[in-house]
Write a protein that binds this ligand. Structure first.
Ligand SMILES: [Zn+2]
Length: 149
């Protein structure tokens, strides 16, 4: 299959640098606070609530106000620079915006990102069953961490 030429605007975000670059491409100002939030999400590699993001940044001595955290998360997620998951108990934010799957740990309610590639014959099977050409997918896995240390 031939790969289409990727324009800068549709370039997937796969690193902190990509995320910062996307901000610049969109003409968004990369303030210190905005950079702190992006750095934290890329370091953490998990999905955090606005409250957790606020707490962690302040623990790291990166003083940032509640309002600033909320406004930055809103701006970044509305531009798809970060991921936003709506859960019944509130919103969670994560670092990757290109398509991926989630593993939920039922002990802690933590949601981890994974990249899953399904075998081609399974995709073909689903296409044959439904008549729909599959172009994208994400899967939700649920489970428990194994308790051995
Ligand atoms: Zn995610």
């Amino acid at each position: 299959m031939q790969k289409p030429t990727i324009s800068t605007t549709s370039k997937p975000i796969r690193s902190l640098e990509d995320a910062l670059e996307r901000c610049q491409d969109l003409g968004m100002r990369v303030s210190r606070q905005r950079r702190f939030i992006l750095e934290l999400l890329w370091q953490a590699q998990e999905h955090l609530s606005a409250r957790e993001i606020y707490d962690r940044l302040n623990q790291q001595g990166k003083g940032i106000g509640h309002t600033s955290v909320y406004q930055n998360l809103e701006a970044l997620s509305s531009q798809s620079i970060i991921e936003c998951i709506e859960r019944c108990d509130g919103r969670l934010y994560g670092n990757i915006s290109d398509s991926h799957s989630h593993v939920t740990c039922l002990d802690t309610n933590q949601i981890l990102d994974v990249h899953v590639e399904l075998p081609e014959d399974l995709i073909n099977q689903i296409e044959a069953q439904t008549g729909v050409k599959i172009t994208d997918y994400n899967i939700n896995f649920f489970g428990y961490r194994n308790s051995e240390s």
